[in-house]
Design a protein around this ligand. Structure first.
Ligand code: AHR
Length: 499
């Protein structure tokens, strides 16, 4: 059996965890909004047409913040089409996804839904086909108390109190040639800065996210961030990162090593943020909003065959298997290991579209990736300890040297609890892991959650929703102040320790 050692110290604190690191994303895309969170004619609908079964599962994850309304969709969106009396709302072509948007659901419905879900909103403005004026109008509509054109329009629409949205994205993936209104870094940097300036004058309490690169291997990566942040350094608070992975060659060891790439990507973006800070003789850090991350590839081929210009097609409906859940666990660990700079994270997306939650006419169910996300979001609160992992490594085809063990330890001061999150990526062997608890005297194992499945390709479906679920582990124990646990081959583990 392979062995690994994890080293922590109570005083070696990496960072407090910003709860927004466990955020998610709802885009007007496929069946995310319609049939996902909103379906008035469903037997599961509440009085506002929101699906209660979806809400239950969202609440189970304690999702702290949800990005909305896109995504590529936002770059052609007129938010005004989605507010006011429903009978007067126009249907529109959605150029980004080549479907019809009915606008039956818009920002006020989303604000109501978010309240019910217990989540904050992360709102994106359209910097593809629109600019400063429309972003200002939207912010005024959402956050201004009253007595002005846009804030009074909100009141007229039945919302006396402002929505008070604090986190705003300045466009979406503006570096991507597929984006409506795609821009060069210099063009985007200017419009983002000018829009951001106006928005912060109107509401200085908001935080702004500038678009970074759409994925780590974009040809413009690096130069894009440096140019954009050079323009926006004084105005923005975060730069975005997006990244999706897929096991396209059916090489599971390589696929599970994708977190090595994610780790490198984050370090590189932090380096660029700090370069710009230095260049500006600045005091503030630009932090990271990793506002799209997940596995996405299963649905790619099916999506090429979809009929165009219809409403709510089954688009991007990846059915996630067990190895996807392992990688999602490793990606969460990777973000937590950078919690000093990654403040916002959005699992893309939340329902039906590359999502942990699926719905049909018979109900809602949890995909495999639901579990690591739910465990991290509900148990990973407090501070991240600087977690040193001494693990055997392997050579991954695409990503080079990768540790078999991914691990991070979180201290929840309020609950006086330590939580260990770990993935054993070894496909053949279990691994014995030791962790010297040092100053955490008298801590014992309270719970060991294990997700393990012999079949890496096993999935949860409407017919068999509980094929892959977590179980309780029984081998973790503390002896003489040292935690010893055997992590089964290919497994996700959560160990809670307390006095
Ligand atoms: O999440 C799906 C899409 O992926 C988003 O619309 C876009 O921002 C990204 O390319």
């Amino acid at each position: 059996m392979k062995k690994a050692q994890v080293i922590i110290d109570k005083d070696f604190i990496l960072s407090d965890i910003d709860k927004r690191i466990y955020g998610s994303f709802i885009e007007h895309l496929g069946r995310a909004v319609y049939e996902g969170i909103y379906q008035p004619d469903s037997k599961f609908a509440d009085e506002q047409g929101f699906r209660k079964d979806t809400l239950e599962l969202v609440k189970e994850c304690h999702v702290p913040i949800v990005r909305y309304p896109g995504g590529n969709f936002v770059s052609g969106y007129h938010w005004e089409d989605g507010v006011g009396p429903k009978a007067q709302r126009p249907s529109q072509v959605d150029i980004a996804w080549q479907v019809i948007e009915s606008n039956e659901f818009g920002l006020n419905e989303f604000a109501d839904w978010s309240k019910k879900a217990g989540s904050d909103i992360m709102m994106a403005v359209n910097l593809g086909t629109r600019g400063i004026q429309e972003a200002k109008d939207l912010l005024e509509y959402c956050n201004f108390k009253g007595g002005t054109k846009m804030s009074d329009l909100r009141k007229e629409h039945g919302y006396a109190e402002p929505h008070n949205i604090k986190t705003w994205c300045l466009g979406n993936e503006m570096d991507g040639p597929w984006q409506i209104g795609h821009k060069t870094a210099a063009e985007y940097g200017r419009i983002a800065n000018e829009t951001g300036k106006v928005m912060k004058v109107l509401d200085p309490s908001i935080e702004l996210v500038a678009c970074g690169s759409s994925f780590s291997h974009m040809p413009t990566f690096g130069e894009w961030e440096a140019t954009v942040l050079d323009e926006c350094y004084d105005t923005v608070d975060y730069v975005s990162m997006h990244q999706y992975y897929g096991n396209r060659d059916n090489d599971s060891a390589n696929f599970l090593a994708s977190s090595v790439d994610m780790d490198q990507f984050i370090s590189n973006v932090v380096a660029i943020c700090d370069y710009v800070k230095g260049k500006h003789h600045g005091k503030k850090n630009i932090n990271i909003s990793f506002d799209e991350w997940n596995v996405w590839y299963h649905s790619n081929e099916a999506d090429t065959k979809l009929e165009k210009w219809v409403q709510k097609p089954h688009q991007l409906e990846d059915v996630y298997n067990f190895e996807d859940a392992l990688l999602v666990g490793s990606m969460l660990i990777t973000m937590l290991r950078h919690a000093d700079r990654v403040k916002i994270g959005c699992l893309a997306q939340l329902v039906n579209v590359i999502a942990p939650i699926m719905t049909s006419d018979t109900g809602a169910w949890r995909q495999t990736i639901f579990y690591p996300y739910m465990h991290a979001a509900t148990l990973g609160q407090g501070t991240v300890l600087n977690t040193i992992v001494k693990s055997p490594v392997y050579e991954a085809k695409q990503y080079g040297e990768a540790p078999y063990l991914d691990c991070v330890v979180v201290e929840n001061g309020e609950k006086e609890e330590l939580v260990v999150f770990a993935v054993n990526k070894d496909l053949e062997e279990d691994m014995e892991v030791t962790l010297d608890l040092r100053q955490y005297k008298d801590y014992i194992v309270k719970e060991h959650i294990v997700m393990q499945c012999d079949d890496l390709k096993a999935v949860n479906t409407e017919e068999n929703p509980d094929r892959v679920t977590p179980k309780t582990g029984s081998n973790a124990k503390v002896d003489g102040g040292v935690l010893t646990a055997v992590f089964e081959k290919k497994s996700w583990n959560v160990i809670r320790l307390a006095k």
